[in-house]
Design a protein around this ligand. Structure first.
Ligand SMILES: NC(=O)C1=CN([C@@H]2O[C@H](COP(=O)(O)OP(=O)(O)OC[C@H]3O[C@@H](n4cnc5c(N)ncnc54)[C@H](O)[C@@H]3O)[C@@H](O)[C@H]2O)C=CC1
Ligand SMILES: O=C(O)CCC(=O)C(=O)O
Length: 445
């Protein structure tokens, strides 16, 4: 058995209760085989064994009191996966499905994504099994305060800098920062990103992941001498990433036909009106079905994955992991899909990716395509350090440049290893080589 497969077998045995983590590792390892053949010194230094073991895993109790006075206890996590390139960096997810395996898969992916941005950030991720749905604003605040009461001793602008992810947006980051400031003293705002604009947030951070996705797709289209003209898209999710991806696509002339939430999807043949999505999902925080109240011609379909039955040129999974399975991939191909653009982390199963590749679909893998969010977080850190604020245009130009460079480095790495235009493998290889270089230089740690 070759080195890569033997390390994977060892990891499978050690982490058998963490299928999402194993899936993420398997996918990266498949791309790395030619790299290990070419660089035997990596094997000698046990690089893969070290890479898959987080540098630090913090698990803690989060007690909080609801509006009726009842006490609840949730579990909090922060995984400081790899700090060889810079302070650990990555979001916090609040969702009932969160457990150590989810946080580890997200943290593992984050290492390579952050490396691809070209900015000095290591990989980390965190969260809680707390369910924000149906909670009052005061309950959310009390939960965030309790979460930060433990987390604050493990983070810092030069140590670990969390941000948002599913269930954690501007409101939650505000409460988390308030509690950090209260406990830590001083105004150390480089400790979190995704902050509000009045206390150190960066312009464009809110939009960055969604906009970055579309900038990345634009590079793919340029490369293949294609354009956005007369194209259609469907998007899963209707949260932060989905919303701003839709906004940028629409501004480029693409018709966005459908969006979804965890219960079902809405199909509007005239093109989704984002003002309604904002009202329903971001302000009222209710089911996407409410869209039909505003536009009775739109159609609501219930069920997971219904969005992938709608014919489109571009499919953008922007909700959660393992959203596109093999049967969805088959439907998308049969319906004439041109490109898959991954906004969520690991939204496509490995079998579905293989099927899409086999059928010539252009694939923008999450690690590269959704890296605009964390890249802009790193720009927020830079502004906090120099105590300066760049304009919207300045940050947006930097974001476009970063997405262009990520596309180029993924393509070049793929080409260098004789794989042609395979951005899935190229992103894994380019991200890995940067981390590998830093780890080799820093000795056996
Ligand atoms: N916010 C950011 O800057 C970044 C987010 N991501 C990824 O993008 C995805 C979306 O994140 P955000 O938009 O920030 O979160 P959000 O909380 O704003 O939106 C999440 C969306 O996913 C849907 N969703 C959640 N769980 C679901 C489930 N089990 N089944 C179907 N739909 C579900 C929700 O209804 C909502 O529309 C996540 O996978 C996240 O890891 C990736 C890079 C950066
Ligand atoms: O902005 C950040 O630090 C985190 C973004 C994130 O969690 C992700 O890229 O998945």
């Amino acid at each position: 058995m070759n080195y890569v497969d033997s390390v994977y077998e060892m990891i499978k045995e050690k982490n058998s209760a963490e299928p999402e983590f194993l899936q993420a590792v398997y996918e990266v390892f498949q791309s790395l085989k030619p790299v290990f053949e070419k660089n035997p010194e990596f094997e000698k230094k046990y690089l893969l064994e070290r890479l898959v073991e987080p540098e630090r895993q913090i698990v803690f109790r989060v007690p909080w009191v609801d509006d009726t006075g009842k006490v609840h206890v949730n579990r909090g996590f922060r995984i400081q996966f790899n700090g060889s390139l810079g302070p650990y960096k990555g979001g916090l997810r609040f969702h009932p499905s969160v457990y150590i395996g989810i946080v580890k898969f997200l943290g593992f992916e984050q290492i390579f994504k952050n490396a691809l941005t070209g900015l000095p950030i290591g990989g980390g991720k965190g969260g809680s099994d707390f369910d924000p749905r149906g909670k009052s604003d005061s309950e959310i605040m009390r939960f965030c305060q309790s979460f930060m009461t433990e987390l604050y001793r493990h983070i810092g602008p030069d140590v670990d800098v969390p941000a948002g992810d599913i269930g954690v947006g501007g409101r939650e980051i505000g409460y988390l920062f308030g509690q950090y400031r209260r406990l830590n003293g001083g105004f150390n705002n480089g400790v979190l990103t995704g902050k509000g604009l009045t206390y150190g947030g960066s312009l464009v951070r809110t939009e960055a992941t969604g906009y970055g996705l579309v900038y990345f797709l634009r590079e793919i289209l340029y490369h293949h001498k294609m354009t956005f003209i007369d194209k259609t898209a469907v998007i899963s999710g209707s949260g932060n990433v989905a919303y701003y991806a839709a906004e940028k696509l629409i501004s480029f002339g693409v018709k966005v036909l459908a969006m979804s939430d965890s219960e079902g999807c809405i199909y509007d043949s005239e093109g989704i009106d984002l003002a309604y999505i904002k009202e329903i999902k971001h302000i009222k925080r209710e089911s996407i079905e409410g869209y039909t109240r505003y536009n009775p011609n739109a159609k609501y379909m219930k069920g997971k994955g219904c969005v992938w039955s709608i014919p489109c040129d571009f499919a953008l999974p922007c909700a959660t992991q393992n959203d596109i399975h093999l049967e969805h991939a088959k439907m998308l191909v049969d319906n004439g899909l041109v490109a898959l653009v991954e906004g969520a982390n690991m939204p496509t199963t490995n079998e579905a990716i293989d099927y899409l590749k086999l059928h010539g679909i252009l694939i923008a893998p999450a690690k590269a395509a959704n890296a605009g969010g964390v890249a802009t977080s790193a720009l927020e850190m830079s502004q906090n350090t120099i105590r300066y604020v760049w304009t919207f245009e300045e940050v947006d130009i930097k974001l476009q440049e970063i997405m262009k460079k990520i596309h180029r480095s993924a393509y070049e790495a793929s080409n260098q290893y004789g794989l042609g235009y395979d951005l899935v493998a190229g992103a894994n290889i380019a991200g890995f080589l940067k981390v590998a270089d830093a780890m080799m230089a820093q000795g056996n740690f």
